[in-house]
Each structure stands twice: as C-alpha cells, then as structure tokens.
Design a protein around this ligand. Structure first.
Ligand SMILES: Cc1cc2nc3c(=O)[nH]c(=O)nc-3n(C[C@H](O)[C@H](O)[C@H](O)COP(=O)(O)OP(=O)(O)OC[C@H]3O[C@@H](n4cnc5c(N)ncnc54)[C@H](O)[C@@H]3O)c2cc1C
Length: 454
C-alpha cells in the first residue's frame, strides 16, 4: 500500500434496508468517518442483486425468483429516486450498480469489487440485516478485503440487539418478556433517533459517477391499480403524518382485519421493509399519539404488531438458512409437495375459492394484500391444495411491495406449522372467513372483475 493510500479516507456506504436520510445512523457514521479526515470522501451505493450475483455455493441453498413483480419493482425504483434526490441536496449522490451497467459478464458483485479497488476504499458502512443471502455477500466481501474496516449499525429494528437473553420459542413469550423488561411504548423517554445530516462529504474526484447513474424509467402509473403506495422517504413521512393526524390509530384494533380499505390498517409495511421509514421514528409518533390524543387498545395493538415484526427479525437472524428449509426450524417435513398445476391456479387466482382468487389478483395488481388475506391464501395453498409452502413464500417475494425476508418467511413457516407457532398448524375455514370478512361479496366482486385480470 502506498503512503498516499495510507493517508486517505474513502468511505463506502452500502444501502440495503435503510433507504433514507432521516434517522440513519449508518449514513451519519459514514459521513463522520469521511469528514474525520482531511480530504475524506464518501461513496454512497445501492447494489441491486448483490446476493443473487454470487454463485449459490457462496451461501448455500436459497430460493430464487425470476423477476420482481411490477408493483414491487416500481416501489423500489421510486424509493431510490427519492433517496438520490435527498443525497444530492446534501452534496453527494447515489451510485446505482445494476446488472446491465457493464458488459453482461460483470455482475453487480464484481462491479462493486472494481469500485472498492479502484477507489481504494478504506471503510465500509452497512446497516445490520436479517437477510441471510445479503449477509453471505457481506461475508464474502469481508474475506476478500480484510484490510477494509467494516462498520455495522442498527437501523431496521426497535431494539439494537436481541432484547431477551435467548429468543423465546413463541411470540407470546417474547412479547411478555419485552413488555416486562423493555417496554418501549411505556418508557419515560422517546427512542433515540438521528437528525438528518446538513451536508455530506463529497464523492472522490476521480470517480466518474455517470457510469453509475440512476437511469430508472418509472412505468405508467395507470397500470398499477388502486394502490396508494408510492415509494420513497418523502412519501413515507407524509403517510406517517397523515396517519397520526387522523382518527385511524384509535380504531386500528377493530378495523385491522379488513381486506381492502386503506385506513383500516396502518399501511406502513412497505416503507418499513426497505427502510424508507424508520421504525423508531414510527414508534415515537405512536407514543406521542398516546400522550396527546388517545391511548387505548387500538394504539396498544399497533405496538403489538410491531413486536411481531421485531420477533421475526430476530428469529431470522438466529435461524439463518433454516428459514428456507421445508421442515423449517423443526425436524419433520410436512406432507405437502410441489404441484405445478395447483400452484399456478393459486398464483393466477383460479382456485375453487373466490376469496383466495380475489386476494391473489389484488396482490398482482397492487403489490399489497391485507394480513387477513395473506393468512387465507397461505392456508389455502398449504391445506386445501397441499402445496409445499416455500412456493407460496417465493411468490410473495416476487410480488409483495413490503417483501421482507424475515416477516415473509417467518409468517409462512408459522402458518405451515414448521415455525414459531406452538399450536403447530393453522387451517382457516375459507367459507366462514368469507362470510365474516366479505359478507356482501364486495371485495370478491371488485377483484374478480375485469380490473383484476391485468
Ligand atoms: C404469509 C404472510 C406473509 C407475510 N409477508 C410479509 C412481508 O414480506 N413483509 C411484511 O412487512 N409483512 C409481512 N406479513 C405480515 C403482515 O401481513 C403485513 O406486515 C401487514 O399486512 C402489512 O400491512 P400494514 O402495514 O397495514 O400492517 P398493520 O396491520 O398496520 O401492522 C403494523 C405493522 O406491524 C408489522 N406487522 C403486522 N403484522 C405482522 C406480522 N404478522 N408479521 C410481521 N410484522 C407484522 C408490519 O411492519 C406492519 O406495517 C406477512 C404475513 C403473512 C401471513
């Protein structure tokens, strides 16, 4: 290493599940590291398909899907455009590494390696994630560049580390322990969050950022039906304000099971999943709502659901690749199997169950499905159609705009009876559920109609 290199400070931050500038300790740390040194520079990167571009042997078995669904792709692109605009306002910009930046043989992992080497990166900052494949990619990078210093910060969860000694076997045990020892909803002080920096250190001069421009085309919005979801931190914060300025939080527990109404559940999941919204900022808003407006069973229940998200994050972190195994974290394989035709009928909303069909069409058209809908379609795939649950999880991975490795695979395992459910198996009576949640057939009519077939 030349003496010039030794004096340099070139910090690279890899965005992943932290696509925001508010309350982003990873960004703050990267900026501080770079500015701690005269002439320090900061490279801000989003790498698509980082984990996918490594061969399977690098991380063992993983479930892959062909292509992201339209709504999921669009939501991510909107999120990245918004991030780039925020970074530009702070004096830097986002470098976007995508598979077709270079000749085909240079996948995004190799592009990233080129960038690290050409810019003589000294430090890499990342946010902790429960995404197994992404962590495997980080491990490969660390082995490849042992002299680069790594900084891992916690930005995705309420707790910076597992809040219990061991992870309890069930959610209920976890919740009770957290509410006894670490009740953030009732704690005296708000959660500590980080201010957006006023200014960021610059990119290295020698780096031609045009090679990594965010050349994203946003497709025609009219194709995306009935969806209020727009990606990006600006939209996330606007939704946060609108939600807590409304009455909706005070009736959440009563309305949350609705299949199709925007205000009946919080709709924060998509922004939380890619990190456009900080979950700590969200909890602080909930605390203020309880203090200034009303605290009731419904407001408590929002915290309760956020604890599910927390539970599955730590569950994924602990169980690693077991999250993707047919037998899950247990010892026994279910009696279901791969069945091409039934799977296709389920995916296309062509089963014998109208409620399931409507939910599946809603998912394809909007990238969203209510929690109740997800439970019903999962139960149908597993129990009525006898299909291996992992194909359902993979389909959700492809289409859900709020796709999150831990919440998705953890919930699927739970419903398939191979995860954290002490009851072992959950089968829903689809006729009864239809009577209860769509008694007039409005939801089914809406999504079975011509709109839903696109
Ligand atoms: C089979 C299946 C797959 C799922 N896949 C995902 C996924 O990929 N990503 C995802 O974010 N959620 C997933 N969920 C959980 C849940 O369905 C969604 O978080 C919720 O429907 C999102 O809508 P909302 O923001 O209005 O939720 P709300 O009901 O308003 O809940 C508030 C927040 O709590 C969290 N939350 C609520 N329920 C759960 C839950 N069961 N597990 C984990 N977190 C929860 C979410 O962050 C949500 O935004 C899945 C559930 C099932 C049954």
């Amino acid at each position: 290493m030349s003496s010039q290199t030794l004096n340099k400070k070139t910090v690279l931050m890899l965005f992943h599940n932290d696509i925001r500038v508010h309350d982003n300790e990873t960004l703050i740390t990267a900026a501080q590291l770079a500015s701690s040194h005269e002439d320090g520079t900061l490279i801000l990167v989003y790498v698509s398909f980082l984990a996918a571009s490594l061969t399977k042997s690098n991380w063992g078995p993983a479930y892959c899907f062909d292509e992201m669904g339209f709504a999921r792709q669009q939501f991510l692109q909107e999120s990245l455009i918004d991030l780039n605009q925020s970074l530009a306002r702070l004096g830097n910009r986002l470098l976007y590494l995508k598979p077709d930046n270079h000749p085909k043989e240079l996948d995004t992992f190799k592009q990233l390696c080129q960038l690290i080497e050409a810019q003589q990166v000294t430090d890499i900052c990342i946010s902790a994630t429960a995404d197994y494949a992404q962590n495997q990619a980080y491990d490969v990078l660390q082995d490849k560049y042992p002299k680069v210093r790594w900084h891992v910060l916690s930005t995705a969860t309420l707790f910076n580390q597992l809040p219990t000694d061991d992870l309890p076997k069930s959610f209920t045990q976890f919740r009770k322990k957290v509410e006894t020892d670490n009740n953030l909803l009732e704690a005296e002080d708000d959660l500590v969050t980080f201010q957006t920096p006023n200014k960021l250190p610059p990119l290295p001069q020698a780096l031609n950022s045009n090679n990594y421009a965010l050349s994203i085309k946003i497709a025609d919005k009219s194709i995306q039906l009935d969806s209020n979801f727009v990606g990006g931190e600006g939209q996330a914060v606007a939704h946060l304000n609108a939600y807590f300025e409304s009455d909706a939080p005070s009736s959440y527990k009563i309305t949350r099971n609705a299949l199709d109404t925007w205000t009946h559940s919080t709709k924060f999941s998509a922004w939380l999943a890619n990190g456009s919204l900080s979950v700590k900022t969200l909890l602080n808003r909930l605390r203020h709502y309880e203090r200034d407006t009303i605290a009731n069973e419904s407001t408590y229940w929002i915290w309760f659901e956020l604890l599910w998200r927390e539970y599955f994050y730590w569950y994924a972190n602990i169980h690693q690749q077991k999250l993707f195994l047919f037998q899950g974290i247990g010892a026994y394989k279910p009696s279901t199997q791969y069945h091409k035709k039934r799977l296709q009928q389920w995916q296309n909303g062509e089963t014998a169950y109208p409620i399931v069909n409507a939910c599946m069409k809603q998912l394809k058209a909007t990238g969203y499905m209510s929690n109740r809908g997800r439970q019903l379609v999962a139960s149908c795939l597993i129990h009525e159609l006898g299909v291996d649950w992992r194909y359902g999880a993979t389909h959700f991975e492809q289409y859900l705009i709020d796709y999150d490795v831990a919440s998705n695979w953890g919930n699927w395992q739970y419903l398939a009876g191979v995860g954290a459910d002490p009851r072992g198996c959950r089968q829903f009576n689809l006729d009864k559920q239809t009577q209860q949640y769509d008694p007039q057939g409005d939801f089914i009519n809406k999504w079975q109609g011509s709109k839903a077939t696109k």
